[in-house]
Design a protein around this ligand. Structure first.
Ligand SMILES: [Zn+2]
Length: 165
């Protein structure tokens, strides 16, 4: 690894340790030329397989760009989008697979985006699931409303059951 300070072509590893539960390795390196130290991070490349079969490296900034587009004009700040992208990456990396279909990346975005902003979620889902009619939107909106109702009545039922027991 080239030294980032003096551009010397080689450096020496002085320490290696695992981080993030073994997901990555940090190495402390020293430059034999200028003596400065720096850190490198090594992690497995996560490949995204597109529908065409072409693979490309997973990119958090691509997720951010897509979500930002869906959030245009919505009261969602950059920090929330960055956090969402981080969650998506963690979800996908947690599976431990070397390759992930781009479809799964989209799915992993939908859940947290729905929590963040329902309008942005609808926009993203409309592109991602290729909505082509008003009915598609209506169905999705009904599902959004339905989820809310089911969750609260489910909780109520559970509470009632606990009280009764
Ligand atoms: Zn150096």
């Amino acid at each position: 690894m080239r030294c980032p300070y003096c551009r010397h072509a080689d450096s020496r590893v002085v320490d290696s340790r695992e981080a993030d539960d073994g997901q990555l390795i940090r190495r402390r390196r020293a430059c034999p030329e200028c003596g400065k130290r720096f850190t490198t991070v090594e992690e497995a490349v996560l490949a995204v397989v597109k529908r065409s079969g072409v693979t490309e490296p997973f990119s958090r900034s691509k997720i951010i760009a897509g979500v930002r587009k869906a959030c245009q004009g919505r009261p969602v700040d950059e920090d929330a989008i960055a956090l969402l992208a981080q969650r998506v990456e963690e979800t996908i990396r947690a599976r431990g697979a070397a390759e992930v279909p781009s479809h799964d990346v989209g799915l992993a975005i939908l859940g947290p985006l729905r929590e963040l902003d329902e309008v942005a979620y609808l926009r993203f889902a409309s592109v991602y699931r290729s909505f082509d009619s008003l009915e598609d939107f209506e169905r999705e909106i009904a599902a959004l409303r339905g989820t809310g109702n089911v969750t609260s009545s489910g909780k109520d039922a559970a509470r009632a059951a606990r009280t009764a027991g």
